[in-house]
Unconditional design. Structure first.
Lengths: 490, 346
């Protein structure tokens, strides 16, 4: 899987000069205290990959700044010495977007971890990028507020990383992704300059640079401060569980519910393999004979939730749910969610390795795509468990494999690639919320044409003309695309 | 129902070769916004029609010249709506112009702006290349977000040819209550209520009255209305008020006046934005009608009236100006698209 990263590293090695590196390290030592520099192989080991551990690479040097000044200094040095730089938050990403560069600096942002201000009146928070997603929600809790984007890594992942990836989560169906919950970002450019995008208000005059920056995967700049929206906690939250005899029926239920105009706070789906694995692991009473489960969360005032509850239960039953369970209290609601939240580690228990995909498709195509994935699973001889955000059509097929068996990793990768191109074929995308990173570079030329890719590259150059920020990720080069297409057609 | 993409591409390609400035136009309803530009007109008005509409998916894709008024009618047939509720400017505003000028109605704080509902778009850049970004699905993080970048760009980065929008179901019930209040008291009330998880879709203060609009399911709206109290506004009057607000009819500058727009933190005191005539978006948007050409405060947008060759969108920091110029170059190297429409230097 790391053939691509080797290629890009070789190119940089050829371009780089050994003298640059020695001078850079010396300058970094001047800039940072000894505790902010990690150079030994052993100490750098924990940083060699992000959440997608099959891609690994030790950086040249790891730096852990504590102030915005230091971040600016680091970028200035990388720019003047023409050395690549890879920014990293908690390293929970799932696309190898934070995999270090062999000849570059790894910039770890976790020590800029202060919540600078929470404004209860405006329901906003100013935070440093290393603040953990859940830590922000916890801090806002006494004011009756919370931060809506809730990726499953929220206990560890950082706001800076969320901005880089435009993270979503279970509740983004109703409350949006990071891009919908962000008001302002202060970033450091590769030249070390500070630029603020967005503002204190709900919109700013001119082109929407803030939205462009969100999800740019560390290719355009490094976030040093963000202002995010917080939401009031709903007075009532109600969770339902519906069991089905087929994934198609569950998929149809989702489409029917949305079509009726109900937008739940969350609407998740698990297939049989995922249900069994989760139930074995957390024992929350999931019906293990079901072929598919829907977990639906409704929120609002009492009156609103009561009104929706009746419609949702009826809709699920009408579309084939053999059993609809309404959580009696908060404890039961938590238990129902627990199985979904533990689904990934649960699948990890039944297979030595798994590979998590992230395609998004039109909701009406869920049944068709799951059937096709099942066929592909048989063709490749690898099991696939499906756990996903059904409400917004964001699939997370988990491909089960054993990396110690010769060829299984490569087969898993090929199967994953086929699933992503299938998503594009039905009008969807190769990534809904995990990002392209290094992992999905091969599928970029499948989703985009040459003109779009060239436009992306020109945009990249507008921010980073020397291509020093997270090079080799996110946006394939022209040469890469040509090679990819000749391989596909060759 | 005409697809003029090829013709539009040809026109821009020719302009690229000949370095001819182009002025993008459809309903021409937003000439009062932004700066004046001149050039050969690219007429988007006939590039119209629905490319696809899946009511069950709550997604529509339409060509840029399609009128907001027609779109609203079409969606209403399926009990659906545009979440950002843009003005239709006498029925002539188009969806392309609405996206380019980032036009959002009173529900902005609760249902988001144009960018929050925009899933994808087609764009012809300054080379005359037709491209597609985003798509019709709910979540998509592949590549840079060129789609949302266009919101507010006033056509300076490309001709928007089609847009894909996430829709929402029409509200089942609606209700407006009013309160006689000074601006100061109204602002306090707005800040308090905005954080209460109520089905509010508008809070505005105008001429001594605070208007609160509730929309949603029947019982949710009724219980919220009982909770808030206030004076009930009859259906016709409520509709007229919110319509007039959205269409910009509440404040009309005379020939020697300028209408200024302030967008900022909703808890900024009334005294921080003096002479406010209208508060919208629960305090986050305020409007000031002034005689004379000097901005009453820094950071305001010269919304309507006055010299349209002034820097109407306000000042930009030097590093950001340089960045925006490089972005403009990345899309439109010859600077032929709506030159100067956004800033004099772009």
């Amino acid at each position: 899987m790391n053939t691509l990263s080797n290629t890009s590293n070789d190119l940089v090695k050829q371009a780089g000069e050994a003298g640059n590196v020695a001078a850079l390290i010396s300058d970094l030592q001047q800039l940072l205290p000894a505790s902010g520099l990690i150079m030994s192989t052993e100490s750098q080991r924990p940083f060699e990959c992000d959440g997608l551990a099959v891609y690994q690479q030790l950086p040249l040097i790891t730096v852990i700044p504590e102030t915005v000044d230091q971040v600016q200094g680091i970028l200035r040095l990388c720019y003047s010495h023409r050395v690549p730089l890879v920014p990293r938050g908690a390293g929970t990403g799932l696309c190898a977007g934070a995999m270090p560069h062999a000849e570059g600096v790894l910039l770890v942002m976790t020590k800029l971890n202060k919540i600078l201000h929470i404004n209860q009146h405006t329901a906003t928070a100013r935070v440093q990028p290393g603040v953990r997603n859940l830590a922000l929600t916890d801090a806002a809790k006494p004011m009756g507020l919370y931060y809506a984007p809730d990726p499953s890594s929220q206990i560890a992942c950082t706001i800076g990383g969320n901005i880089a990836e435009n993270s979503g989560g279970v509740h983004c169906l109703k409350y949006g992704l990071t891009v919908n919950n962000l008001l302002q970002v202060t970033l450091v450019t590769i030249e070390g300059k500070l630029i603020t995008l967005g503002g204190d208000g709900l919109d700013e005059p001119g082109m929407d640079l803030l939205s462009l920056f969100v999800g740019s995967e560390g290719l355009l700049g490094v976030v040093v401060e963000a202002k995010v929206k917080l939401l009031p906690r709903a007075p009532r939250v109600q969770v339902l569980l519906a069991a089905y005899d087929s994934v198609t029926a569950a998929g149809d239920s989702v489409a029917a519910l949305i079509a009726q105009g109900i937008i739940p706070a969350g609407l998740e789906m698990m297939d049989h393999l995922a249900i069994s694995a989760a139930e074995d692991f957390v024992k929350v009473g999931y019906p293990t004979d079901a072929q598919a489960l829907l977990i639906c969360e409704l929120d609002g005032t009492d009156a609103e939730v009561e009104e929706q509850l009746a419609v949702v239960s009826q809709c699920f039953k009408l579309h084939g749910a053999k059993n609809v369970r309404v959580a009696k209290d908060a404890a039961e609601a938590d238990a129902l969610w627990q199985g979904r939240k533990a689904a990934f580690p649960a699948v990890g228990r039944i297979s030595p390795d798994y590979y998590c995909m992230d395609g998004t498709i039109p909701r009406s195509k869920v049944g068709h795509v799951l059937t096709r994935i099942s066929e592909l699973s048989n063709t490749y001889g690898l099991r696939v468990a499906n756990v996903f955000h059904a409400g917004d059509g964001n699939l997370h097929p988990l491909i089960l494999f054993d990396a110690s068996v010769d060829g299984e990793l490569e087969r898993a990768e090929l199967l994953g690639g086929d699933i992503l191109t299938l998503c594009v074929d039905v009008g969807g995308t190769i990534t809904g919320e995990h990002g392209v990173g290094l992992e999905k570079m091969p599928q970029m030329p499948y989703q985009f044409g040459d003109a779009e890719l060239a436009q992306f590259r020109r945009l990249k150059a507008a921010f980073d003309s020397e291509e020093l920020l997270n090079p080799g990720k996110g946006i394939p080069t022209l040469k890469y695309c040509q090679e990819y297409r000749s391989l596909q057609h060759g | 129902m005409v697809d003029l993409t090829q013709q539009l591409e040809d026109q821009v390609q020719h302009a690229y070769v000949t370095k001819t400035p182009l002025k993008i136009q459809a309903g021409n309803t937003k000439a009062h916004l932004g700066r004046e530009t001149s050039g050969e007109v690219v007429d988007m008005a006939n590039h119209t029609g629905v490319v696809s509409y899946s009511a069950t998916e709550l997604v529509i894709r339409v060509r840029a010249g399609t009128k907001i008024s027609q779109l609203n009618d079409l969606l209403a047939e399926q009990q659906q709506r545009l979440p950002f509720d843009p003005p239709s400017f006498n029925g002539e505003a188009t969806i392309g112009g609405t996206v380019a000028a980032n036009q959002t109605g009173a529900s902005r704080p609760w249902f988001g702006g144009v960018k929050d509902s925009l899933l994808g778009l087609g764009l012809i850049n300054g080379y005359g290349e037709a491209m597609q970004f985003g798509g019709q699905v709910m979540k998509n993080v592949a590549g840079f977000d060129v789609t949302r970048l266009q919101c507010g760009a006033m056509g300076s980065l490309g001709l928007i040819t089609d847009v894909s929008i996430k829709l929402l179901p029409e509200f089942k019930a609606g209700h407006t209550v009013t309160f006689e209040m000074t601006a100061e008291v109204a602002l306090e009330a707005m800040l308090r209520w905005a954080n209460l998880s109520l089905p509010i879709t508008g809070m505005s203060h105008f001429q001594g009255l605070l208007y609160v609009r509730l929309q949603g399911g029947d019982s949710g709206v009724t219980s919220a209305s009982n909770f808030l109290g206030g004076e009930q506004l009859n259906f016709v009057a409520a509709k007229e008020f919110w319509q007039a607000l959205k269409e910009g009819r509440l404040l009309q500058p005379t020939s020697n006046q300028i209408l200024w727009r302030w967008s900022g933190a909703s808890d900024s005191p009334i005294s921080a934005v003096s002479n406010t005539s209208l508060i919208n978006w629960a305090g986050a948007e305020r409007w000031i009608l002034e005689t004379g050409s000097n901005p009453p405060l820094e950071g305001l947008t010269q919304h309507k009236g006055g010299d349209r060759l002034a820097q109407v969108f306000g000042a930009v920091s030097p590093p950001q100006q340089a960045l925006q110029q490089r972005i403009k170059y990345a899309f439109d190297p010859h600077g032929i698209l709506n030159a100067g429409r956004l800033y004099s230097w772009m």
